[in-house]
Unconditional design. Structure first.
Ligand SMILES: NC(=O)c1ccc[n+]([C@@H]2O[C@H](COP(=O)([O-])OP(=O)(O)OC[C@H]3O[C@@H](n4cnc5c(N)ncnc54)[C@H](OP(=O)(O)O)[C@@H]3O)[C@@H](O)[C@H]2O)c1
Length: 246
């Protein structure tokens, strides 16, 4: 995919899951430099490639974000991948988990978008890619705080897409279904691996698609939602009651 050739890319949460897979996929597609950031450098895999620059970054920390933005002024593609998930429904789920989901997935990503918008404007044509979730379209009540944080992020992503539309910065929303990463540890769902999904994400981006559902399960859910949002809500309702009556 030529569009990543020689590009300078920054990825958050690059030490595992979809973030780690995106680093590998970008290396295989001739990226020029990858700022692979994570909040604990001892957990960063050895990519064994001089194009990878590991950096320490917690996306909830304003000072760290400012320091990293100052050090990575050549960034042309920002991938906001870092995220957390707390289980629990709205009426009696753990509020601190919901608060953390919102603080990382929504506010943390907004802070990254704000810090990097001037850099991406300067380095246009450029890209901002936010990893959201299919849960942004319709909530699964057993992960209600996570779904709300991703719905908020999806909305913010669409706002920023409009804000930057005339400034040479393309803004992408990636809304996967369930992917086989630590986030779904313990699930018995049949899920695709993050490597195949990372490749799909890059393929859709190279085709110029701004709203991306990279996996089959997510695409099925998205198509049902497009047909009638209440149909996806019914599927999630059935899942919720199946989980809670066992
Ligand atoms: N897996 C799925 O089914 C699925 C579906 C839809 C969307 N997504 C989204 O895809 C993204 C990646 O998730 P994943 O599946 O790869 O999950 P994962 O394996 O749990 O990875 C989450 C990543 O986010 C990082 N992170 C968490 N809080 C952070 C913070 N405050 N600052 C910086 N990094 C932080 C984690 O770092 P640590 O190692 O330090 O914890 C880790 O690198 C997330 O935004 C997730 O919501 C995942």
């Amino acid at each position: 995919m030529q569009i990543f050739k020689d590009k300078v890319i920054l990825i958050t949460g690059a030490n595992r899951g979809i973030g780690r897979a995106l680093v590998d996929a970008l290396l295989n597609n001739e990226a020029g430099k990858i700022y692979a950031t994570c909040r604990n450098l001892s957990t960063m895999p050895v990519f064994d490639d001089s194009r990878v620059v590991p950096l320490f970054l917690d996306i909830t920390d304003d000072q760290q974000i400012a320091r990293i933005a100052a050090a990575t002024q050549d960034t042309e593609i920002l991938i906001n991948n870092a995220g957390v998930l707390s289980a629990g429904n709205i009426l009696d789920g753990d509020l601190s988990g919901m608060d953390n989901d919102m603080n990382v997935n929504y506010l943390g990503t907004i802070k990254m978008m704000r810090a990097f918008a001037p850099i991406l404007r300067k380095n246009k044509p450029s890209k901002m890619i936010n990893i959201v979730s299919i849960a942004a379209y319709s909530p699964l009540p057993s992960i209600a705080g996570y779904a709300a944080s991703k719905a908020a992020l999806f909305s913010a992503t669409q706002s920023v897409r409009i804000e930057l539309a005339k400034e040479g910065v393309a803004v992408y929303a990636v809304n996967p279904g369930a992917i086989d990463t630590d986030m779904n540890k313990g699930s018995d769902w049949d899920m695709p691996d993050p490597d195949s999904i990372a490749l799909k994400i890059l393929e859709y981006i190279s085709k110029g698609k701004l709203d991306i559902v990279p996996d089959e399960m997510g695409q099925g859910m998205y198509n049902i939602w497009r047909e009638d949002p209440s149909k996806l809500a019914k599927i999630f309702s059935d899942l919720y009651y199946a989980e809670n009556t066992n």
